[in-house]
Design a protein around this ligand. Structure first.
Ligand SMILES: Cc1cc2nc3c(=O)[nH]c(=O)nc-3n(C[C@H](O)[C@H](O)[C@H](O)COP(=O)(O)OP(=O)(O)OC[C@H]3O[C@@H](n4cnc5c(N)ncnc54)[C@H](O)[C@@H]3O)c2cc1C
Length: 385
């Protein structure tokens, strides 16, 4: 009987296990996770769960009994310390070894850290710790005006905290959305009373707050750092697999070793549409990448070519984003951005490369079709048609 081992019991790993069973795999499935919780979804941790509005049970990928019911050997609180592709086995933290016929690496990513006492937001424990501090009405300083930083700012404001956000870029989400749309998010937060400090970095974090690169000191009861995440590539690298920004795979999510696959945040996969490898740190990529890797492990023909997709909720703003803005030369709006109900299209050479719908729903498929089609468009058609 074949044994398929999945390292990393997050969304990608759990969905891969589910797909293996749904596709009829009747061998052994071992799903190994370093955390003590069964697989859960992270987006609520900086949104409704952090705001105390979400039930704990709702964050989990499967019911507690699902793993036993589907004969998935879920080993929590267990770290894989080494992958030995030559021997088709992984070594575990307790010194034991687990052989595999095929292996999926779904180890995700960990927050990039700064020296000094600060909170980070990746796990359910992190979210609960922050929720407790926000409930005290603390004076909160957030380093980084990216998705996690801004969602955390919104949650802290909802709890009645004073909030300052420090960001070296000229505005919020500058790299993700560009200056125009980034500034829209900045204005939203400013209108909610968040003190935004752009163009300055946190030089030092101390017990009493932050010293900025300008020398100015900002006091705070707690500092939250949200400056991005680093993929957990150590196991793959030590195993001699090809690693770049993430674990390198082809478009079927197979790594440089034919019996080892990678999916989710950790994978840097060849994307046929972009003609290069991409690494996507978004929920939808774990949701769909895990299953795609599972089908690939089963020998099915897989070309994983989904567009990057992301969503966020901040105050009354809900949005979905598709594609990648890199190389854009124009932004076209349908609707008035100030109304907070609009679609933004990023164009390169009159072709749509990314789209963001803000408080407009059921349009993602159309936006993604437009991006995939590569057709040339006239900005006027987009803004009114
Ligand atoms: C607070 C927060 C909010 C987010 N909000 C959004 C959002 O609104 N929209 C969106 O699109 N995306 C969002 N994301 C991103 C999204 O959650 C991730 O892209 C997704 O979790 C990736 O899933 P994954 O399974 O690849 O990795 P992970 O969820 O990181 O799971 C990997 C698991 O592998 C385990 N692991 C690592 N190394 C080992 C090892 N050696 N042995 C055993 N286990 C190991 C880890 O402990 C972890 O549990 C958010 C992320 C965070 C942290």
């Amino acid at each position: 009987m074949a044994t398929y081992v999945i390292v990393g019991a997050g969304l990608a790993g759990a969905k891969a296990a589910q797909t293996l069973r749904e596709e009829g795999f009747d061998g052994e499935i071992v799903l190994i996770g370093a955390e003590s919780e069964r697989p859960y979804e992270r987006p609520p941790l900086s949104k409704e769960y952090l705001q105390g509005r979400g039930e704990r049970e709702k964050i989990f990928v499967h019911e507690p009994g699902w793993y036993a019911d589907n004969d998935v050997d879920l080993r929590l609180g267990t770290k894989v310390t080494r992958i030995e592709p030559a021997h088709h086995l992984v070594r575990l933290g307790d010194g034991s070894r687990q052989p595999y016929d095929k292996l999926l690496i779904a180890t995700g990513a960990v927050p990039r850290r700064l020296p000094g006492p600060a909170y980070y937001l990746r796990t359910v424990d992190d979210s609960e710790a922050l929720k407790r501090r926000f409930a005290e009405g603390a004076n909160v300083l957030i380093v980084g005006a990216s998705w996690i930083g801004l969602e955390t700012a919104a949650a802290a404001r909802a709890a009645g905290c004073q909030v300052t956000v420090v960001e070296p870029e000229p505005t919020a989400l500058n790299r993700a959305l560009g200056p125009e749309l980034g500034a829209l998010f900045a204005r939203l937060h400013a209108s909610k009373g968040v003190n935004l400090r752009f163009g300055t970095a946190a030089a030092e974090i101390t017990e009493s707050g932050v010293r900025l690169s300008s020398g100015e000191r900002l006091t705070a009861d707690l500092v939250v750092v949200g400056i991005g995440a680093a993929p957990e590539v150590g196991l793959a690298r030590d195993a001699g697999l090809d690693v770049g920004q993430g674990v390198l795979t082809d478009s079927s999510l197979r790594t440089s070793n034919p019996d080892v696959y990678a999916a989710g945040d950790v994978a840097e996969f060849f994307h046929p549409l972009y003609g290069r490898r991409v690494r996507v740190e978004h929920w939808a990529n774990a949701l769909h990448g895990g299953p795609a890797a599972a089908r690939s492990m089963l020998g099915q023909e897989v070309v994983y070519d989904r567009l990057p997709y992301f969503y966020t909720d901040q105050y009354e703003l809900g949005m979905e984003f598709s594609g990648d803005i890199e190389g854009h030369d124009e932004v076209v709006y349908r609707g008035d951005p100030e109304s907070m109900e609009f679609i933004a299209y990023w164009l390169r050479d009159r072709r749509v490369i990314a789209g963001m719908n803000v408080n407009v729903w059921d349009v993602v498929d159309d936006i993604q079709e437009l991006i995939k089609s590569g057709v040339t468009v006239h900005p006027k058609e987009l803004s009114s048609g």
